[in-house]
Ligand binder design. Sequence first.
Ligand code: PRP
Length: 218
Amino acid sequence: MGEERYLTFALGKGRLANKTLELLEQIGITCEEMKDKSSRKLIFVNEELKLRFFLAKGPDVPTYVEYGAADIGVVGRDTIIEENRNVYEVLDLGFGKCRMCVCGPASARELLQHHERIRVASKYPNIAKDYFYNKKHQTVDIIKLNGSVELGPLVELSDVIVDIVETGSTLRENGLEVLEEICPLSARMIVNPVSMQMEQERIKNLITQIRQLAEGKA
Ligand code: PRP
C-alpha cells in the first residue's frame, strides 16, 4: 500500500450527520471520537482508514467541498440547489426526505394564479426566485429569513413562504397549508471535482458500497 492521503468528509450538523454516520458504520467506517457528544472538538480522525470528518453548518458544506477543504460532503438537496456550488452530486442517500413547497394560508392560493406581485419569505431566496421568476413567470418580492419562516404570513410580513415541508405539522399547527410543490428533497452526497479524479478509486468504491446500502433500504 502506498502513502494514502486523508479523505475528508464535511457533514451537515444535526440529524443528517447522525444518519450519515449510521450509514458509514454499516460499511465498516466508524469514528468513535465523534460519538462523544460532550466533546467540543471540530475534526475527528479514523487513522486506520485515513479518513477525517468534520461537522459544519449545512449551507457551508458545499463551500468546503467546492474549495477542496473537504473531498466529500453530505447535505440536503435544498442546500445544494440554493448554494449552487461547483461540486458533483453523486448519490441520493435516501434519508431526510421532504419537499420544497410554496405554503401559506388557503386564502393566498389565488394570489398564485393571477401573476400578482406578492411577498415571499424564505430561507432559500435563490430557490424561491428561480421558481417564481423562471418557472411561474411571476414577479415577486423575496424576503430572506433565517428560520421559523412560517411566521411570515402569520405576522403579515409576507403573503406566502417557500420552505421545507416534512411531516406538515408546523404548517397545520399554524393554520397554513401547501399551496404548490416545487421539488422533492433528500440527503445527497457531493464530491469535489478534483478529488473525484485524484482519489477516483477510493471515492468510487465508497459510493458503490453506500449506494448498495441505500438501495437495499429504499
Ligand atoms: C424545518 C422547516 C419547517 C419544518 C418542517 O424547520 O423550515 O419549518 O422544519 O417540518 P414539518 O413539516 O415536519 O413540520 P427547522 O426545524 O429546520 O427550523 P427552522 O424553522 O429554524 O428552519
